[in-house]
Design a protein around this ligand. Sequence first.
Ligand code: MEV
Length: 439
Amino acid sequence: MEIISGFSKLSKKQKLTWLASQITDNPQGFVDEFESYQHRDPQVQKLYDEFSENTLTNFYMPYGLVPNVLINGTLYAIPLVIEESSVVAAAAGSAKFWLERGGFKAEVIDTKKVGQVHFLWEGDFKKLDVLFDEVRELMLDNTALVTANMRARGGGILAIELVNMTHLEPNYYQVKATFETCESMGANFINTCLEEFARTLKDWAANSEHFVGKEKEPLVVMSILSNYTPECLVRAWVECPIADLGNFEEMPPEMFAFKFSKAIMIAKNDPHRATTHNKGIFNGIDALTLATGNDFRAIEACGHTYASRSGKYQSLTDCSIENGIFKFWIEIPMAVGTVGGLTSLHPLVKKSFEILGNPNARELMQMMAVIGLAQNFGAVKSLTTTGIQRGHMKMHLLNILKHFEATENEVKIAVEHFKSNVVSFRAVRDVLDLIRIKV
Ligand code: MEV
């Protein structure tokens, strides 16, 4: 591959042609294939192109639906964008299971978000602490225009505090601010406020009669929101009498509840298992996050930090068996937006919101927690009863059959055959060969 400068200035066609010239003997075929994934409507394509930079084409992902999700008595169908087979099936299975047992319950605990100005300052902390009220007022005044709309909607800056971090690093302090960003995820709003706080801090210190020498020169290292939002928190749960869990094939409900609770105990205690356990939760949450145009990296990063809040990485879900009642719940930070970003731009994101009944941010937080819980219930149920491979292998079998271009009848015969036989690429090919010889 050659070095290229000015790549971003090239047209899309030029970018593709350059790339093709670097990696293939069939540049036309390469370009044609990329172009075949473009949207047929140039206006829509332009929209997709502008979501990012150096765009060459669109990358397709399956857009699936989980029906029958009952949350706080309202029935939803939840769209999921995910490439992993059996995630949608597992969530749909859990949704149906709990639909018959009262559905999911969910509540938002709080919606506060956080941002920080990290700065270095050489001086007496007590002096800065005493004077901080002064600069706090200035920070609020100087951001009044920026926050006017948000305040009108019931949000804005909730608190600004000075945090002494010098026990970790000499001269290190933070301005830590708390925000309510209503329907938006709030990253832009928070970062704009923080950069204004930083400017205000520097001007105030430079002009303050209370400071001398180095005290007049705080060094702002950076101003940025924190994606760790432990106070933007949602809880979702399911519960029913153990007997109502029903039999799982040969397994009585008491044994299922017992094994299930032990699986959660293991994920509470062993970080290896907790990581896979939480990965399963994010199978659902990431997929709904993508479908609603939210930032799955932020949501995941936050979830994993929250999972480590005790000092040990642990399961995000919990389970109890008390007085004959099985209860399973999740508590998870969830900073989502229903306005801004992709939400009003991406055509399919708009459709997702329509399918979800145009939820507000608090309702979307609840749906996120529920789909994570549903996904986790499905995974742990499989793991503690049939094992995970049965479901996975069913999907795998269908993929292999697709690979061999099996007809509808061949699929039927093969699916029946592999109910009692181990699926492998070779075994499927052999069975198909047999069916095809017989025909
Ligand atoms: C696979 O994507 C997710 C699971 O491994 C989650 C789990 O083990 O709980 C099935």
